[in-house]
Unconditional design. Structure first.
Length: 358
């Protein structure tokens, strides 16, 4: 299967959405344009990360399928390739944060944070998840998914529709159990709700929906005309705005029906958008399209570094603080995003050249 440029554009859009969310939150969460747009940005982190999980399932399925068709798939070789793909910048980021921080990382708790991050299990500990670099909690979940991805690949190759339905029902059942039965014993807090709601077992269908999208797109079982593809893409995008407003109203990591199903519905909608745009032509001659493609090549590096850069500029830059205090927070998004993108590009080129090529 040839690389689909529209999926790369989708990846870049998800990255920008996460970055916009962090800019919005860290500059004071002010109203943007309209309530609909504000609600969408307010859940930009949830939508963007869900998109990353779906994209991860999509990409991993195709990667395993490619080597399997050649007859040379080996489990540990697969894990090693994934490790080499994500480890350089991940560990470099951890090292930079520890070196420029105070002595907190050399205490007992600090050492626990470092060790859990080194082995990609920080997301399994409430007091470690979101520490050192708040954006890196996703990497623990992703690596744990890599471990079981070859098994899921075989399941989806054999029972595609049933596997998809089972993964969604399992995930909703797990979230229902965690929020309604386990959480009351742990103590209610926003951090714990987020913590238990975004583990492998409570986000499994996000990855599986990506795998299912890969099956549909690769095998091309549906004959979709370009106009139909546009209609599918637009309808699912509208649904994404609708579900973001529902999420703001009823909650997304909460002990209610919305908390149980919101991420599953979001992942299905994002999978639908991926399916629709995969049938559209690539607009390689359009300037903005080309910039999104370039951005997607550095997506991982930008994601790893963006929150550190944005947070430090907001906390330590006098002119940024002045702009926020004078009510110009929205105008600061462009320089903040630019600084984060350039940092991700530079570190990608320094530490992981392979990640910077299509």
């Amino acid at each position: 299967m040839t690389r689909n440029r529209n999926i790369d554009v989708f990846r870049a859009a998800a990255l920008l959405l996460v970055m916009l969310y962090h800019c919005w939150v860290l500059t004071g969460s002010k109203m943007l344009v309209s309530p609909v747009v504000t609600n969408f940005i307010a859940l930009g982190g949830e939508i963007g990360v869900t998109a990353f999980f779906v994209l991860s399932g999509f990409g991993i399925f195709l990667a395993i399928d490619k080597t399997t068709e050649k007859g040379n798939f080996k489990y540990f070789s697969f894990l090693k390739r994934r490790f080499y793909r994500i480890a350089p910048q991940y560990y470099l980021c951890l090292l930079v944060v520890v070196l420029i921080s105070d002595a907190q990382y050399f205490s007992g708790y600090g050492i626990k944070m470092i060790i859990s991050h080194l082995f990609f299990v920080h997301n399994l500990f409430p007091d470690c998840s979101g520490t050192i670099n708040g954006a890196l909690w996703t990497m623990g979940v992703t690596v744990q998914f890599y471990i079981i991805a070859p098994l899921l690949y075989k399941i989806f190759k054999k029972w595609g529709h049933l596997a998809l339905l089972s993964s969604i029902l399992f995930t909703i059942a797990m979230k229902t159990f965690l929020f309604s039965i386990l959480l009351p014993y742990l103590g209610k807090s926003g951090h714990l709700e987020f913590f238990i709601g975004r583990q492998l077992f409570s986000a499994l269908d996000n990855f599986c929906i990506g795998m299912y999208a890969a099956v549909l797109i690769k095998e091309k079982k549906f004959k979709i005309e370009r106009m139909q593809a546009w209609i599918i893409s637009i309808l699912f995008t509208i649904l994404l705005f609708i579900i973001s407003n529902l999420g703001i109203r009823y909650g997304v990591n909460t002990n209610n029906w919305s908390g149980y199903i919101w991420h599953s519905c979001c992942a299905v909608i994002l999978g639908g958008i991926m399916f629709g745009i995969s049938y559209l032509k690539a607009y390689d001659k359009v300037w903005l399209y080309k910039k999104f493609i370039q951005l997607s090549h550095y997506e991982y590096g930008i994601y790893v570094w963006h929150l550190l850069i944005i947070r430090n500029l907001i906390d330590r830059s006098a002119w940024v603080q002045t702009g926020i205090n004078k009510g110009y927070a929205q105008w600061l998004y462009i320089p903040l995003l630019t600084a984060a993108i350039l940092t991700g590009v530079v570190f990608t080129r320094l530490s992981d050249r392979k990640a910077a090529v299509p």
